[in-house]
Design a protein around this ligand. Structure first.
Ligand SMILES: [Zn+2]
Length: 495
């Protein structure tokens, strides 16, 4: 496989392998065994196809899995995780961390003559106009800590707040993006910072009409800023702890010619390219009115869809567009809790998978952070739509868990997504005696986890062989919640 990465460090070879089309194509281990070895022995470990008992796994000092073993001496040496099963860390391919500040603030019906999203957009406007730099950091830490509590070890942060609350530019245009990365590193979660471009307010609107806080200027300026961010992140963070992708918000927000310029930059640096597409039918109609094509057809026509492309939402796509995404081996990122909450519908995930596209999952609006619930709601949305069961595949739980891990990693260019030699030791454990999954055997445990697990049952989270959650608690649990509560009180005072 030809290497593809956004930096030149050897570790990215593994990320490139994660971008391949086969989950089984595990990267060769490129790291030597470090001086310190850590090992774990849960009751069961999920190795990609099944849960296996009596199997220890080990990581080196760099946090990479080096071996699995059933040797008695190794079993005795490994840290025993009694009553627990270990699963690969979940990958959240689409997050807007600051949306965590809106939770529970927009659950009212808008005026009948308004758009269905009006109450939510009104709350978003309020938040965008008030969140200070510090609030953005505190809210991001809150969202990322919740992700850890949900078993998520890597996040794709679709970051679009660039300016100060009054719309004035920050002295460093990448300041808030770097604050979000700092928040992620505080928590210990891996982060793909997807730097968002936003130029105009809607289709056919003038360039520069974007909301002032989100405006990124024309494509050449965006690319300059993005390149500065990319090189800064590459120099200052380990390559698989934090890295950058680019994300023109949507065709409504970025006109086609500018989106193409950003796509050319992404291609030159082998960066991931994420775009919201076909979230609502009205968007398709407006896109067709301006360009004569719906979004996916238009992007494909201009060569922007390939294996490093992720279409976020893709709810209102045609069967022909499904084929285009499949032929390009692109990924669709579905955000089912958000879609259900906002009344948006469900992406045709089973058709996409059958066509060869990947389907990943994201928590998007953070009305609830529970990626396994996103997984089950994707299937339930399809069941309701098609009026049948087991729509997404013959083995529903395996397909959905694959979406929440392997395909998410592929979407972000992350190194994790599976417990395999050469990949990072990113995993979470579940309490096998939790009421939600008690009684499951090896054959039914994955379906229990996908369809019934509650966050409460997640005990420990390890990222790069470092423990980040112990007994369901992060070391910064109290301060993070305390600061977030204060931020919320300021934000919603007088509402
Ligand atoms: Zn989104």
């Amino acid at each position: 496989m030809k290497p593809e990465s956004h930096d030149r460090k050897p570790v990215t070879n593994q990320r490139d392998a994660a971008a391949g089309n086969s989950a089984a194509a595990a990267p060769k281990a490129v790291v030597s065994r470090g001086p310190v070895e850590t090992g774990w022995l849960p009751d069961w470990v999920y190795t990609g196809e099944k849960f296996e008992p009596g199997l220890a796994f080990f990581a080196d000092a760099l946090g990479r899995i080096t071996r699995f073993s059933r040797e008695p001496a190794d079993l005795a040496m490994a840290r025993r995780l009694a009553g627990q099963a270990a699963l690969p860390g979940l990958v959240n391919a689409h997050s807007h961390a600051f949306h965590r500040a809106l939770r529970g603030r927009a659950e009212l019906r808008g005026r009948a003559d308004c758009d269905a999203l009006s109450s939510w957009l009104k709350a978003l406007d309020r938040v965008a106009a008030r969140l200070s730099d510090e609030d953005i950091f505190d809210t991001a830490r809150m969202a990322f800590m919740e992700m850890l509590l949900a078993g998520i070890t890597c996040v794709g942060e679709f970051h679009y707040v660039h300016h100060r609350p009054d719309g004035a530019p920050q002295p460093d245009p990448n300041f808030l993006g770097l604050e979000v990365i700092r928040a992620a590193r505080d928590i210990g979660i891996r982060i793909a910072l997807l730097k968002v471009a936003w130029v105009r307010s809607d289709f056919r609107a003038a360039a520069g009409s974007a909301p002032a806080r989100f405006f990124t200027g024309p494509a050449d300026r965006f690319v300059r800023d993005a390149e500065a961010l990319r090189t800064f992140v590459a120099r200052n963070y380990p390559a698989d702890d934090a890295w950058m992708g680019v994300a023109p918000h949507s065709l409504a927000a970025v006109p086609l010619d500018q989106l193409k310029a950003i796509g050319t930059y992404a291609h030159s640096q082998r960066l991931r390219l994420h775009v919201h597409v076909s979230t609502r039918a009205g968007e398709n109609a407006a896109c067709a009115a301006e360009y004569g094509r719906t979004p996916v057809a238009l992007l494909a026509e201009h060569g922007l869809i390939d294996k490093r492309f992720s279409a976020v939402d893709a709810i209102q796509i045609t069967d022909d567009e499904v084929k285009l995404l499949g032929a390009a081996r692109a990924t669709v990122c579905a955000c089912p809790i958000t879609g259900h909450n906002l009344g948006l519908g469900t992406a045709p995930a089973e058709k996409l998978i059958a066509a060869g596209a990947g389907v990943a999952l994201g928590t998007d609006s953070h009305v609830q952070i529970d990626l396994l619930k996103d997984a089950r709601l994707l299937e339930y949305g399809l069941r309701t739509m098609r009026q049948q069961r087991a729509v997404i595949g013959a083995d529903v739980a395996t397909t959905l868990f694959h979406a929440a891990t392997v395909t998410g990693a592929r979407s972000l260019g992350a190194t994790g997504g599976a417990l395999e030699v050469g990949r990072p030791a990113d995993f979470f454990t579940v309490n096998l005696y939790d009421p939600a999954i008690a009684g499951a055997d090896a054959g039914s445990l994955l379906a229990n986890v996908v369809f019934a697990l509650e966050r409460r049952a997640i005990r420990d989270v390890w990222i790069g062989a470092r423990q980040r959650l112990a007994n369901g608690r992060h070391s910064l649990h109290g301060p993070i919640i305390g600061r977030f509560v204060e931020s919320q009180a300021r934000l919603w005072a007088g509402s």
